[in-house]
Design a protein around this ligand. Sequence first.
Ligand code: 3EB
Length: 342
Amino acid sequence: MSLAFCSDLRRPLPAAGDAFDEKRVLGGALVGDPSASRSPWPWPVQAVLAPVLGDTRDSVQERWTADGECQAGEFKGIAFRRSRDILFGVIELDEHAFSAAGETRSLQAATEEAYRRIFQLLAAQDLPHLWRVWNYLADINRDTNGLERYRQFNIGRYDAFVAFDRAATGNVPAACTIGLRQGRLSVAFIAGRLAARPVENPRQVSAYYYPAEYGPRSPTFSRAVLLTLPGQASLFISGTASIVGHRTVHPGDVAGQSREALANVEALIVEAKRLSPAAAFTLAGLAYRVYVRHAADYPVVRDVLAERLGEAAEVLFVQADICRHDLLVEIEAIASTALGSC
Ligand code: 3EB
C-alpha cells in the first residue's frame, strides 16, 4: 500500500489518457482559475477558486496516486475513487439548500450534512480512518445571525463527529479550513484502512481544546497526522498559522507571522520525527501550500519562506482568507519526499 502526491507546479504531470497512470489516480485538486481547464480528468477534483500568486499560470494541478488500480464511485453527492486501502473524495454543497424554514445557520447545517455523508461513505466502504480534510467556504470571517461563519462551520463539523461516535479530540484528522470569495462549501478528504497517528505541536494548545472565546465549538483537527505505511512514512501538516498557545501573535506583521508559522511547522517536524525516528522529514523537503490574505503581502511571505526553506522548495502561494480575522498567512505541507512516485 502506498500513496503519492504530485503537483505540476514544477514539472508537468503525466497527461490524462495515459492508461496506467489514470488507473492509479485517486483524485486531486485544481488551484486557481479553472476556466482554462474545466476538469477534463476522470477522477474527483477539488476546485479551489482562489488566485495563484507569483506564478505565470492561472492554475496548478495536484494529484494523489495509489500503488494499485482504483475504482470510481458516487455516494450522496460525494465523488470518490478508492484503491484497496485508500479513498479520496470530494463533496460540494450549496448552503442555500439548507436554509429551510427556521434554519438560520445554513452553513452550519450544510457542514454537518457534508461530514455525515463522509462518515456514512467511509463506513460503507470499510475505510474508516479519516486522515486529511481540506475545507473551503465563502466569506469565512463574515457574521451571519450573530455568529462568524467559521464558527458556524466548527459547530456543524463537531456535531457530525459526535453524531457518528467519532472522537472530537485526540485522534482527529489533519485539516485546513480556508475562506474563498465565492462558491459552495467544498470538502475534500483522504481516508484509509489504517489509522494515522495524530501529531500535536508543543508550542500550541491543541485546536480541539481552544477556549470558548474562539467559538461555541472548538475546531476538530490535529496539527498533523503521521501515516506509516509499509516502506513509507507520510506527514500531513494541517493549516499552520502564527498562533502560540491559543493566541494570534504578530498581528499586523506579515513577516513576523510567516516566521512564527514556519516555527510551528518546524516544531511539528520535530514531533513527527520523535514519533517516527526513521522518517527523513526536513523543512526544505516538504511540499507547501501557502495562503496569503492580502495579495500585496505575497513578496514578503515569499522572501521569508525562501530564507528558511531555500529557493528550491516546492511552494504554491494562493490568495485566500484565513479563519481568524487577524491572521494574514497560513501554511500547510505534505512530506512528499517520503512518498512514492506518481
Ligand atoms: C489555527 O491554528 C488556524 O478549522 O480546520 C488551521 C487548520 C486552522 C485547520 C480548521 C483551522 C483549521 O487555529 C486555523
